[in-house]
Design a protein around this ligand. Structure first.
Ligand SMILES: Cc1cc2nc3c(=O)[nH]c(=O)nc-3n(C[C@H](O)[C@H](O)[C@H](O)COP(=O)(O)OP(=O)(O)OC[C@H]3O[C@@H](n4cnc5c(N)ncnc54)[C@H](O)[C@@H]3O)c2cc1C
Length: 469
């Protein structure tokens, strides 16, 4: 287990954060306020979206705007959101097929529809708030490089199609699912055995979050305090002396009526009961630049799968560069390099030159692209031990909420989870009425469970690998 689950200093610099924006080291007031109506811990996608939705709802209802303080351990949006792949890619069939088997079609449908709704919801917020963050609506091409992974995914798509799952029936194009020639032609990827395409988006995540936070500070007088880690677990209940929850930071104590933990991988630093439920998992990402001007832009975003657990995700940026993350095939067998690891201050040792020549190796016509690696960085994801995020009021704690554990897939899950959480806080809505998938609800059973889907999958992969050697 990692000795400290607080964000580490001196993190690697992602492409997104290579030019810090105005709020990067922002402190709205020089001193930490002594109290607030709501304290939000974390200034990533979860924290910023929750504050945004919450205050918008108070305003729309004509209610007084509460005082909100956001506490951020490092710079604004310096966690996973500021170092991810920028891929807003709802999953229409991989996770839904797994959920259909474990929890039934209704639960699978809820998750798939919820994710799909994120693309228009994020686009709407970007338009309404006038946030300049390079949003692109596109198709994601899911390329399957082995017959093994192709047949597994085909089976899932067929099962969901037979059940009439709208995300698959209406959106997934599978014309190249059976024919490798067609798959290579459609995807442009050498050796593709099959591919599917479906609606997705991509954005500049740091600019999006910065835009939301700017709005919250300007319009709703939110107080943002960067470089202010919460250093002590939050007590389960309010202090009887004033009915407030004391939140202890490196810069003093702030007393809150309500606390929202948007702490993702680092959740156990403030809520120890989640320590085996949301585990920090290190990932790696890169930016590639083609140097030959004749290289045409990619027309889609991509997932390129060499097995069920090893894949790359990829978005083409409007500046001609490409963001690629993944490289799991290089390090998956070395558990300590990625599991329970908060070290985004270093690259993953086993991933040396993986991204160099990636485009030339995989894409037809890119052999002379001169594509070179511009930058590589790491980031820490919050892996939930049952693969589902934890959202909602925290069992056994009064006036405390969680939105965390997005298991490396938060872009199409967080914005509307945050809206649902805001609905619970502002309107007192029950979880069921918010539209958040039932599987996301944080419950005592989930918190006290002892199974660990991440490690189970890892172990089965390792034994599978050994049996093939
Ligand atoms: C390399 C990489 C690539 C990824 N690519 C994609 C992708 O392409 N598509 C996709 O859907 N998802 C992707 N993800 C996952 C996605 O980035 C996350 O699901 C999402 O950003 C989580 O947002 P968040 O706000 O919950 O967490 P974070 O962005 O990690 O924010 C949590 C914040 O809380 C702060 N914090 C934590 N503890 C404390 C404390 N005790 N005191 C004060 N502050 C604290 C942290 O500093 C951090 O800023 C990727 C993740 C990584 C690491």
């Amino acid at each position: 287990m990692a000795s400290s689950r607080l964000p580490v200093p001196n993190s690697t610099t992602s492409f997104w954060r290579s030019k810090p924006l105005s709020l990067d080291d922002h402190r709205t007031t020089a001193e930490l306020p002594k109290k607030a109506d709501v304290v939000v811990i974390g200034s990533g996608y979860s924290g910023a979206s929750t504050v945004y939705h919450m205050l918008k709802m108070y305003e729309e209802k004509g209610l007084p705007i509460p005082s909100v303080v956001i506490l951020e351990a490092r710079q604004v949006c310096s966690g996973a959101t500021g170092r991810n792949g920028g891929h807003l890619k709802p999953d229409p069939y991989v996770r839904p097929a797994e959920i259909a088997v474990t929890h039934g079609y209704e639960a699978a449908l809820e998750c798939a529809n919820f994710e799909r709704a994120h693309v228009p919801a994020v686009k709407k917020a970007i338009d309404e708030e006038g946030i300049d963050c390079d949003f692109v609506l596109t198709r994601c091409c899911d390329v399957l490089l082995t017959e093994d992974v192709a047949s597994k995914l085909r089976a899932g798509v067929n099962m969901l199609r037979k059940a009439g799952l709208p995300t698959v029936v209406e959106d997934v194009y599978d014309g190249a699912a059976m024919d490798p020639k067609a798959a290579e032609q459609l995807s442009g990827v050498k050796g593709a055995k099959a591919c599917f395409t479906y609606t997705a988006g991509h954005i500049f995540p740091y600019k999006f979050i910065h835009g939301l936070l700017n709005k919250c500070i300007d319009k709703y007088s939110v107080n943002l305090q960067t470089h202010t880690p919460v250093t002590v677990p939050i007590p389960a209940g309010p202090d009887p002396s004033d009915g407030r929850i004391p939140v202890t930071t490196a810069r003093g104590v702030i007393r809150a009526q309500r606390v929202i933990c948007a702490t993702n991988a680092y959740t156990s630093s403030v809520l120890p009961e989640y320590s085996s439920r949301i585990v920090p998992v290190r990932g790696i990402c890169s930016r590639i630049i083609p140097t030959n001007p004749a290289t045409g832009p990619l027309q889609m975003s991509y997932i390129i799968r060499s097995s069920s657990t090893a894949y790359e995700y990829m978005i083409p940026r409007l500046d001609g560069s490409i963001i690629i993350g993944g490289a799991r095939s290089e390090y998956l067998d070395k558990l300590d390099e990625w599991y329970d690891n908060v070290n985004d201050d270093a690259l993953i040792p086993s991933v040396s030159n993986f991204f160099d020549g990636y485009m030339q190796r995989h894409f037809k016509g890119w052999e002379e692209s001169g594509a070179t690696t511009d930058r590589v960085w790491t980031g820490i994801m919050g892996y939930s031990s049952d693969n589902q995020p934890h959202v909602g009021p925290i069992p056994g704690r009064q006036n405390q909420y969680i939105i965390a554990g997005f298991t490396g897939h938060g872009m199409p899950q967080i914005f509307l989870s945050a809206k649902g959480l805001a609905d619970m806080i502002v309107n007192g809505s029950q979880f069921k009425a918010t539209g958040i998938p039932r599987l996301y609800q944080t419950t005592s059973d989930r918190i006290t469970a002892t199974t660990n889907a991440t490690l189970e999958l890892w172990k089965s992969n390792m034994s599978d690998l050994k049996s093939r050697l």
